[in-house]
Design a protein around this ligand. Structure first.
Ligand SMILES: Cc1cc2nc3c(=O)[nH]c(=O)nc-3n(C[C@H](O)[C@H](O)[C@H](O)COP(=O)(O)OP(=O)(O)OC[C@H]3O[C@@H](n4cnc5c(N)ncnc54)[C@H](O)[C@@H]3O)c2cc1C
Length: 411
């Protein structure tokens, strides 16, 4: 039996950032990961960091996005980890007059609230990103958007945590949990038992499985995200690239119901909208993705969806039309059913916490999510912004089978 003051389940960006920030506060931290660090969503994402600033009255989203941007910067510029971070800015392509009107109103609203975004003519957009299609009506410019290598960044948090005294154990699958009367937990792995004072669930799309062991229904479901890449090329794409098509669709119809999170691209196998994000990596691949589909634990990319996404990307950057797809991949994103993150205490337990539900933007929001949770655990004081992410709003008691196991498997 090993003892740990604090134990974190999951070696993705949420868990490694929490471990780093708790270790920085002087706590004795153990992190258990069943695979390698960044072996799930945190290692296969697009690496886009979606900040637009603090705004006049920073809310949770501003803390998570712009706070994380600052942490990424610090990791590379102050601590010296090469995570391929660049604050290159982002362009969101507008395809139709309806999207133009929607984006114009959105830009006006965001600017009125103190966020740094702009509406560009296509000519202005093409002077920043020469490959943009001249036939588009315009683009939204997001100058604070950053990008980084997701594998390198997540591993950097794990290394920084280790250097601050944390113990990171990979190839450690947790197979059962038990809450004991004295506010401690027994954590069972194949390698042995851990007796733990404070337990943090940072298990991404598998949080509901972990919660079920403690009799909790955690409403987080796995949503498949998939991507494709061109072969390596000389520099051609300089910003992160997205599209206003899904933003307008989800503004009018979020698609949320009791069993479905908001802002998916599909209902069952039927496509509702096209979503798009991408960039060119330092090693030259142009990578794009966008689909968000409820398909249980299926991580096989759907080739029809890849084709739709490739066409969508080529509408924005015509140079992609002629470029072959060299590889595809997919991962599972942790979507909460109401769309908001879960960061905080898990009632009715003491010393049980969760940091998850970061959905499709957990790479860009995970560093600050981990810091806010670590500060809460360390000080006992919950940052006011975390009220929006309080797990008590949606986590219920009940020994249900896990959402993951119950979800449909068909693509
Ligand atoms: C294709 C794709 C593209 C994306 N693009 C972006 C993007 O550009 N920008 C962005 O901000 N976000 C993006 N995301 C979303 C982002 O990747 C996720 O929101 C984020 O990585 C979630 O981090 P996490 O730490 O919560 O989960 P994960 O990275 O999934 O980590 C959870 C870890 O818990 C471990 N675990 C689970 N169960 C157990 C157990 N029983 N025992 C031990 N360990 C366990 C898993 O092995 C896993 O490593 C994308 C996601 C995908 C799939």
């Amino acid at each position: 039996m090993s003892e740990a003051e604090m134990l974190i389940i999951g070696g993705g960006i949420a868990g490694t950032s929490t471990a780093y920030h708790l270790a920085q506060c002087g706590h004795s931290v153990t992190l258990l990961e069943r695979g390698e660090i960044a072996s799930e969503a945190s290692g296969v994402n697009a690496g886009s960091i979606g900040a637009i600033g603090w705004g006049q009255v920073p809310d949770l989203q501003a803390y998570l996005t712009t706070g994380s941007l600052e942490i990424f910067k610090s990791l590379q510029l102050d601590l010296g980890y090469d995570i391929e971070f660049r604050q290159a800015g982002g362009l969101q392509a507008i395809h139709t007059e309806a999207q133009y009107a929607f984006t114009r109103d959105r830009v006006l609203d965001l600017r009125a609230h103190g966020y740094g975004v702009e509406l560009l003519t296509t000519r202005e957009a093409r002077s920043l990103e020469p490959g943009v299609n001249p036939a588009l009506p315009g683009c939204m410019y997001l100058p604070l958007r950053g990008q980084a290598n997701p594998q390198k960044a997540t591993r950097a948090f794990a290394t920084a945590a280790t250097r601050s005294g944390a113990r990171i154990l990979t190839q450690h699958t947790i197979t059962a949990l038990q809450a004991r009367g004295d506010n401690t937990y027994l954590v069972e792995t194949v390698q042995g038992l851990f007796e733990v004072g404070t337990l943090v669930i940072a298990a991404g799309a598998w949080c509901s499985v972990i919660g079920a062991w403690l009799g909790l229904r955690i409403p987080i479901v796995p949503v498949r995200g998939q991507m494709w890449a061109t072969p390596s090329l000389p520099p051609r794409v300089f910003h992160t690239i997205s599209s206003a098509e899904s933003a307008l669709h989800w503004h009018t119809a979020s698609g949320k119901n009791a069993n479905t999170p908001p802002e998916l691209t599909h209902r069952g196998n039927a496509r509702l909208t096209r979503h798009l994000y991408g960039r060119q990596t330092r090693d030259g691949e142009i990578i794009f993705g966008g689909d968000r589909q409820l398909v249980g634990d299926n991580k096989t990319p759907d080739s029809a969806g890849i084709t739709v996404n490739h066409d969508h990307a080529a509408e924005v950057l015509p140079l992609l039309r002629e470029l072959p797809i060299a590889r595809t991949w997919a991962g599972l994103m942790p979507f909460s059913l109401d769309g908001a993150p879960l960061i905080g205490k898990l009632p009715p337990y003491n010393s049980l916490y969760i940091v998850s539900g970061l959905a499709s933007s957990g790479f860009g929001r995970g560093p600050m999510a981990g810091k806010l949770l670590a500060d809460y655990i360390h000080s006992g004081h919950r940052h006011p912004a975390l009220a929006e992410a309080d797990p008590a709003r949606c986590v219920t008691l009940g020994r249900e089978t896990s959402v993951l196991a119950a979800a449909p498997r068909n693509a």
